[in-house]
Design a protein around this ligand. Sequence first.
Ligand SMILES: [Fe+2]
Length: 259
Amino acid sequence: MRRKDLFSITAPLWDRIRYHKRSYYPPVRFAGRRELPETILQTRLEELKRAARRSGKPQIEIFRSIATAIDEKDLYTRGHSERVTRFSVEIAKVLAVPEDEIERIRIGALIHDIGKLMIDSRILNKPSPLTSSEYEVMKTHTTSGYEMLKHIPQMEDILPGAQSHHEKLDGSGYPQGLRGDEIPKIARIITVADCFDAMTTTRPYRNSTPVELALRIIRSKAGIKFDGSVVEALHEAVGSGRIAMRLEDRIQARHGNLS
Ligand SMILES: [Fe+2]
């Protein structure tokens, strides 16, 4: 095993030990990084704006880089954005979504948590359940994501991925409490992919849920919290092997507070 891999596996453990020994919040560490995620985000948003001014199509690498910055800041959910993207795209394929729409879903899923870059690292990386006031702060990542992207014309179709991926069919979600078809399709797909990933990866205060059980729990909320057709597409994608939880996913994603 390479030294860097070993460090990325052990770093969260050391942070948790420090948390218990010395401070209330663990320090955020960026293994092998030269730039902070916020700096990367600023650069990438500038690139997006430049591409928008030229009316050119932004490169997918810009969004991948933003996704990496998000996952670097959220120390305990590494790889979350990439996995949610993989799951969302496979769900969309089962649903026979047209190719250009799949491309929007891919970008939307990659940056669905972009607003987390505005959340205090001490809350984002707190290795225990959030208090209600911290949870309220965490919930603002949806509106922060919207605010960051709303001035970029090309992001119009992708915005709902960042803004509405915590909305629920019955209106119990946030930030707007949208119901049913009021929730854009892109967000309904990302929501299911997001929940599936959150459930099947370990968090600081709970173990991961086995895939079969996670699927059953999600299905029990179909038509109530989640879009029924999206839930069935997830089942089909997992059943047919299009979505497979890989070993490196489990190693990457160990802890976190809110997907
Ligand atoms: Fe989120």
